[in-house]
Design a protein around this ligand. Structure first.
Ligand SMILES: [Zn+2]
Length: 459
């Protein structure tokens, strides 16, 4: 029997999804549930997974039938984590390093290693924010590699000299018959200076399997040519990108820092603002009116920001980081005051060990600035809503919800020792960043299930 996506209230006393008797099933007993949406635990519950979905949640004992029974021993059962903005294939130590020193083979192999590390850190879904098409996603979905569900954005779309421009000072502009950057040739970036080119880049990405498109609409810190204050795309240009996204039933996500750029993106119909450091009362109001989300890398507020190799290896970036941090000082207070729909994101550029450290430190910072509950929903249900903006037609995982524990949702489940609402270190949060010791998974994360399949079980 085919399961339908059900929109049910989070947890009724006992709710059931019809399922076929022969499907593989797992019964979790004696667990406290964090459902991804409520600031509480449902104590001493039982959860039945049939095939790849959550089929029943109950306070009463559930008949195990043929199910494999896992005694949760009073641990917390929670949704798998969702990265709201990551870059699996941006795995050199900096943008120039990726452009100059890493060929396709190395980038691809390292992206597979990053994907496995993400899953084994509890990230069962990953919105890839640019630099990669659907190849890795397809390989993981076919079962050949371990990794999260991936929502790829394809190539970054930005104008000449923007945060999406991978070239060196010595690379000619392709418009004048010069060769593309290595990033351009590999489909990691797409330079677009006109409305026509923006639409072509967007369409090319969708053709290659992107589930949403990623625009570089303002300057950035880790790139060479663009002041972070740059408002790179005009309203008309942003509208052109959104028009293509709309035609696919999908949406655009947009890297934007300045207030001008943020308001322009919201007006153009962009659905998720990335970084959005100049978020304030006016931006909050516009976002609310238009149903816009925001995702932010909290490491931008860390005193250790300047130690990131992608920044300290480039003098222009190091200088930009200092002025940017000073200009973004109201962000945290504004978020706490206006409470936008905020998705969690790490946005790591680097290899496995560096990105594990950065993810753990990001969880810590988010908890410190916004509290544990806001952090937990940003990593589960809010990011679950964000990935679903890709629309029923393009969503590769359209049959169930993500980021929630409810009947009919995909069985992407973690069992953790301890209560994450009280202590985020049970899902990896670490006050240390660069001096955190290398780790092999997260010890308190005892079980990791994705799509009904168990990838880790140390119970
Ligand atoms: Zn990014």
């Amino acid at each position: 029997m085919k399961h339908k996506t059900l929109k049910l209230s989070a947890i009724a006393a006992s709710c059931t999804l019809a399922f076929s008797v022969n499907a593989a099933s797992t019964l979790f007993t004696n667990v406290d549930i964090f459902n991804g949406t409520e600031d509480k635990l449902y104590e001493d519950h039982h959860v039945l997974v049939v095939d790849n979905k959550i089929a029943k949640i109950s306070k009463e004992a559930i008949d195990s039938g043929d199910a494999t029974v896992i005694n949760g021993q009073g641990m917390t059962l929670m949704p798998g984590l969702i990265e709201g903005h990551g870059h699996l294939q941006m795995n050199g130590s900096s943008l120039p390093d990726i452009e100059n020193n890493r060929n396709w083979e190395e980038l691809a192999v390292r992206s597979a290693a990053r994907a496995e590390s993400a899953l084994m850190s509890g990230f069962t879904t990953w919105r890839d924010a640019g630099g990669m098409g659907a190849g890795l996603k397809k390989t993981i979905d076919s079962g050949e590699l371990k990794g999260p569900r991936i929502y790829p954005s394809g190539a970054f779309i930005g104008p000449t000299g923007s945060h999406a421009d991978f070239r060196n000072f010595t690379t000619p502009n392709e418009t004048f018959n010069g060769p593309q950057s290595a990033g351009g040739r590999l489909g990691m970036s797409c330079t677009a200076d006109s409305i026509g080119d923006i639409k072509t880049c967007a369409r090319q990405n969708y053709m290659q399997g992107a589930t949403q498109i990623k625009l570089m609409s303002s300057g950035g810190v880790a790139s060479s040519f663009d002041p972070w204050q740059l408002n790179a795309y005009s309203l008309e240009e942003l509208k052109a990108a959104v028009e293509v996204a709309d035609a696919y039933g999908s949406y655009a996500m947009s890297h934007a820092y300045s207030k001008v750029s943020l308001l322009r993106n919201v007006e153009a119909g962009v659905k998720t603002l990335e970084h959005a450091f100049m978020f304030d009362k006016d931006v909050a109001k516009a976002m609310k009116k238009n149903g816009t989300y925001m995702t932010t890398n909290m490491t931008a507020f860390s005193p250790y920001l300047g130690e990131i190799e992608a920044i300290n290896s480039n003098p222009a970036s190091a200088r930009k980081a200092k002025t940017a941090q000073a200009a973004f000082s109201d962000y945290i207070d504004n978020v706490n005051e206006y409470k936008p729909k905020l998705g969690f994101h790490v946005d790591c550029v680097g290899g496995v060990a560096a990105c594990e450290q950065q993810a753990d430190h990001s969880i810590f910072l988010s908890g410190k600035f916004f509290g544990n509950f806001y952090t937990l929903i940003s990593m589960t249900s809010v990011n679950g809503e964000i990935v679903k903006l890709s629309g029923e037609t393009l969503d590769p995982y359209f049959e169930g919800s993500l980021g929630v524990i409810e009947v009919g949702a995909y069985a992407d489940i973690l069992l953790v020792e301890g209560n994450p609402l009280e202590d985020l270190s049970v899902i990896g949060a670490n006050e240390k960043w660069f001096d955190a010791p290398a780790r092999d998974g997260i010890e308190t994360m005892k079980l990791i299930m994705k799509n009904g399949k168990i990838y880790k079980n140390t119970l």
